[in-house]
Ligand binder design. Structure first.
Ligand code: ZN
Length: 173
């Protein structure tokens, strides 16, 4: 397993639509394991492959509580097949937007169809943090990120802040 470098916004790769995986093979299984390790290392709840620069529809999620055992979910080609009409607003973060949090309005419950790491078709009904996380990660596969839910003004402030942080970091190195 390996920790992969995370793509930090603003980066045009994050706007890209990821391609469906044709075969769940060892390469995909390695990617899933590396993505999980990368996500745990950075204390994230979810990670989409494009966030490590791979434009494929591959996602990992783990929303276990701190004092509970790990509960990794590996999803290939996840597809939201049902959304509840009930909505919730949740303050979200993203590993590609360090230190940025934004209130996002989403469906409270979702049903997601996906392939597991053996290529078996599965479905998951989710609510709470898991439902939010699934919608956030599927958004990444479609080139959508959390700041896209904000007003243009707020979005530009955040993107400028991130660009500036990157310049400061680059000049420190
Ligand atoms: Zn994210």
């Amino acid at each position: 397993m390996a920790i992969l470098p995370i793509v930090i916004a603003p980066d045009k790769r994050l706007k890209r639509r990821s391609k469906a995986v044709e075969t769940v093979d060892d390469e995909i299984r390695t990617l899933l394991s590396d993505m999980l390790e990368t996500m745990y290392d950075d204390d994230g709840l979810g990670l989409a492959a494009i966030q490590v620069g791979v434009p494929q529809r591959v996602v990992v999620i783990d929303v276990h509580e701190k004092d509970e055992p790990k509960a990794p979910l590996k999803l290939v080609n996840p597809e939201i097949i049902w959304l509840s009409s009930e909505r919730v607003i949740y303050e979200e973060g993203c590993l590609s937007f360090p230190n940025i949090f934004a209130d996002v309005d989403r469906a409270a419950e979702v049903n997601v169809r996906y392939l597991d790491e053996n290529g078996e078709a599965r479905e998951i009904m989710a609510q709470g943090t898991l439902a939010i996380c699934l919608q956030h990660e599927v958004d990444h596969l479609n080139g959508k990120v959390l700041v896209d839910y904000l007003s243009l003004v707020k979005r530009n402030i955040i993107l400028r802040k991130l660009s500036k942080a990157r310049r400061v970091q680059a000049s420190d190195e």
